[in-house]
Design a protein around this ligand. Structure first.
Ligand code: HMG
Ligand code: MG
Length: 300
């Protein structure tokens, strides 16, 4: 008999990962409404935006405005930052949960953040310690944890070692990502079993991009490894501008549908989730291709 979690947490990354790759600027007002509709659907943890260089990622140029209007006390509102400048911008807001991000692969990290992995780590270490002293919730997003678009297969031990560096620095959560959607379920299972054993006190979250439609299978593998936190994106939007081949995240609605059918509680209302997707759909170039949307959306 399989032992699976009875309840899982979805960390909705649609407003950040979902939109960052869209070339056409999504109006700030629409982003705010999207965030609100996602909350109405029952999302309790969400990446709202990222404080990155607007020259590198123009879509996230309205981060301060988003945060100004979208924080609430009931849910965890996460914002991303890659460097000191991003953290200082966050300090001038009321946001209390920060995600930093680093790739296991040097080549990817250079394309994404213009630094080697160890240079990023050296910059982030004192920042994380400072955030913890100030009482922030800190999440570390580990990119290219399985495969890199430039270097190919990543050694599992390198991923575990980078995670260890973050845990020793004091992060609350590791979000471990298959950036280009290449991991197979046996690889997902193997890594997450080891991470769970190595870091029993750290929140462990899996972040799958669905390039090869293996997201659900990988999530099912992770459930069997005891993982109960998943980053997903409403409508399956998403992708990293600096990772060729990174298509959307696994769609929140397909994950919720699968889990609820398995009797696992998600706390998310699928019909309200469709309202959030319909709201943002006219503003994105990507076609919504999730199975749940295809079968249930009125305007499809
Ligand atoms: P750089 O060009 O090396 O930075 O970029 P710099 O320090 O030389 O600064 C250049 C300019 O950017 C300066 O402005 C800085 O002030 C400004 P100028 O003097 O030219 O006017 N700047 C900033 N402005 C606003 N906010 C900041 C900031 N930092 C510098 N934080 C940098 C380095 C890190 C800034 C750049 O590479 C960058 O912004 N990268 C972010 C890339 C990104 O957002 N990627 C997507 C998110 S990660 C992801 O999607 C993966 C994930 O989903 C997990 C997975 O799936 O793998 C999390
Ligand atoms: Mg991602």
């Amino acid at each position: 008999m399989m032992t699976l979690p009875k309840k899982i947490t979805i960390i909705e990354v649609g407003p950040r990962d979902g939109l960052q790759n869209e070339k056409q600027f999504v109006p700030t007002e629409i982003k705010k409404q999207f965030i609100q509709e996602l909350r109405n659907a029952g999302i309790m943890e969400m990446e709202l935006t990222s404080f990155v260089s607007p020259k590198w990622v123009p879509q996230m140029g309205d981060a301060a405005e988003i945060v100004l209007d979208c924080l609430d006390d009931q849910t965890r509102n996460i914002v991303l930052a890659p460097n000191r400048k991003g953290i200082d911008r966050i300090y001038s807001t009321s946001c209390k949960a920060v995600a930093v991000f680093v790739g296991v692969s040097d080549s990817f990290n250079k394309k994404n953040i213009n630094k080697s992995t160890s240079e990023s780590m050296a910059e982030l270490k004192p920042i994380i310690q400072e955030l913890k002293e100030k009482g922030y919730f800190v999440r570390a997003c580990i990119s290219t944890a399985f495969y890199c678009p430039y270097e190919g297969k990543i050694n599992e031990n390198d991923t575990i070692q980078l995670c260890r560096n973050f845990v020793e620095t004091g992060v609350d959560e590791l979000s471990v990502a298959d950036t280009i959607g290449m991991a197979a379920p046996n690889e997902a299972y193997s890594l997450f079993v080891k991470l769970k054993e190595a870091f029993p006190k750290t929140l462990l979250t899996a972040h799958f991009h669905d390039t090869r439609k293996l997201g659900l299978a990988n999530i099912f593998a992770c459930l069997q490894a005891g993982i109960d936190r998943f980053d997903t994106s409403a409508g399956g939007l998403g992708g990293c501008p600096f990772a060729p081949g990174a298509s959307g995240n696994t769609a929140t609605e397909d994950v919720v549908y699968m889990l609820e059918r398995m009797g696992i509680v998600t706390g998310i209302d699928l019909s309200k989730l469709l309202v959030a997707i319909e709201l943002v759909r006219p503003y994105v170039s990507r076609k919504i291709e999730s199975s749940y949307y295809r079968l249930h959306a009125q305007n499809n």
